[in-house]
Design a binder for this molecule. Structure first.
Ligand code: GDP
Ligand code: IMO
Ligand code: MG
Length: 430
């Protein structure tokens, strides 16, 4: 199994960026296959922090090709800004190192406007989106009125598409009491950005196909997490794409069999940003402590992340629905010093104990976690680089997680730093 697909096994922010960056030393290509600049992936290399949203986490390695696949929604202005930002951190980005699928749908200013206007209209029932226009851009793709990267090279088509798209959306914006957007304004902005983005565009699927046939190793980098998947997550409090491993194939133009070992990135506790059910949430001293020690603030919006105990029911479900072969357990160090730890092993619903997250919104909101309590450890695991360095209780906690979720730990992360990582089983070796 020469390829690896990394996905989030919870509600995002599990540490995918760190793990992808670490694994990228063993890969030739890193490919993003869904999501957009709602993602925020943090890399820490020798004390230097790099925050990425749209750029694949392979971008920091000059000999690794980075690909933004067709399944990603691309905001051209956000991308250019991000490229400038990472260049200022001495990371070179050029068409030699970055390729964007020409068929990728674009996020236009109208998408952000709609996203924010709708959230405002939902009021207390808001989803808590990142406001980046992700949902509306995916809707346009499926509605077959989306503007794609390749359209920038065909001005007559582009004009037609922008006109069509805005005649549809301006009616909506009027209804929501938001300002309308003039097609000429969007076209002028697109014209300006075209020469800066088009040099990166190409047939990503063809390049990936050639690399695969040449025996190169591909690392697929997911964004968000399985519980934010539009089909398998806590709908409607989800993102608008499939975050499961199967999307790595569709979102890059590769055969399903090419996505290789599926590594689910899993935090040693649970966090969530935005609204929606969260059975093990600790809106108390424990939650505050996890948030402080884990520095749980959103990379993209700066919002405080909600924190709670490890939910084995949810991760087990993610393992099954997304086909996770092994996990990378991250942020174990955040639990250092806690006297007792809890793991959710089931949900109580209407007097019965169940072992899955129900689909209904009312049921999801009313499940009560059934906990198992384990002893914590007082020693530090921070920066540990071998399994033998871990306190006995940290080993017990990790083993219990493996048992409950039904997947082995392939990697363990003990700090934000790239090299504070313990390899148990090389995902590239299957
Ligand atoms: P992603 O969206 O899955 O890439 O995760 P984020 O980067 O949004 O959030 C994860 C945060 O945890 C980042 O600030 C990382 O630097 C940090 N992090 C990753 N792994 C570890 C770890 O093992 N221990 C600690 N303490 N922090 C970590
Ligand atoms: P990474 O890749 C955590 C959440 C938002 C909101 C919901 C829908 O860094 O793990 P959207 O803007 O996508 O329509 O918002 O999804 N969300 C994330 N939460 N990590 C992310 O990405 C997220 N991307 C979106 O907070 O609840
Ligand atoms: Mg993140």
């Amino acid at each position: 199994m020469a390829h690896v697909t990394v996905i989030g096994a919870q509600w995002g922010d599990e540490g995918k960026g760190k793990v992808v960056d670490w694994l990228a030393s063993r890969a030739d290509v890193v490919v993003r296959f869904q999501g957009g600049h709602n993602a925020g992936h943090t890399l820490v290399i020798d004390g230097k922090t790099i925050k990425l949203s749209l750029l694949p986490s392979g971008i920091v390695r000059p000999h690794t090709l980075s690909v933004i696949g067709n399944g990603v929604v691309v905001d051209p202005w956000a991308l250019i800004e991000e490229i400038e930002r990472v260049r200022a951190q001495d990371i070179p980005v050029s068409p030699e190192t970055l390729l964007i699928a020409e068929s990728a749908p674009l996020i236009l200013p109208v998408h952000g406007a709609l996203d924010r206007a709708r959230e405002l209209e939902r009021g207390a029932g808001k989803i808590g989106t990142t406001g980046r226009g992700i949902g509306p851009a995916y809707e346009d793709k499926v509605a077959r009125r989306g503007v794609r990267l390749c359209d920038l090279a065909e001005p007559p088509i582009l004009r037609e598409k922008v006109d069509h798209l805005l005649s549809h959306h301006n009616a909506l914006l009027r209804g929501l009491g938001a300002a309308e957007i003039a097609p000429a304004e969007v076209l002028a902005r697109l014209e300006e950005v075209t020469p800066r983005i088009l040099p990166y565009a190409g047939a990503a699927w063809e390049r990936l196909d050639a690399l695969r046939r040449a025996g190169k190793r591909i690392l697929f980098e997911g964004a968000q997490g399985v519980m934010l998947d539009v089909d398998h997550g806590t709908y409607p409090y989800v993102t608008s794409s499939n975050t499961c491993a199967a999307q790595a194939a569709t979102g890059s133009g590769m055969p399903a069999a090419a996505t290789g070992f599926v590594l689910g990135i899993t935090k040693a506790y649970t966090t969530r940003v935005g609204s929606g059910p969260f059975p093990t949430e600790q809106d108390n001293e424990i939650g505050r402590r996890l948030g402080e020690r884990g520095r749980e603030f959103g990379t993209v919006t700066g919002r405080k992340r909600r924190c709670g105990w490890f939910d084995a029911v949810m991760v087990r479900q993610a393992v099954r629905t997304a086909g996770i072969d092994g996990i990378a357990l991250t942020k174990l160090d955040v639990l250092d010093g806690l006297e007792e730890l809890r793991i959710c092993t089931g949900y109580r619903l209407n007097g019965e104990v169940i072992n899955r997250l129900p689909a209904g919104q009312m049921a999801q909101a009313s499940v009560e976690p059934v906990y198992e309590t384990l002893d914590g450890w007082s020693e530090s695991t921070q920066g540990a680089r071998s399994w033998a360095d871990l306190p006995a209780n940290a080993v017990k906690y990790s083993r219990r997680i493996e048992e409950l979720i039904g997947a082995p730990i392939a990697l363990l992360s003990t700090s934000p730093e790239r090299d504070d990582t313990i390899l148990m089983r090389d995902p590239f070796e299957g």
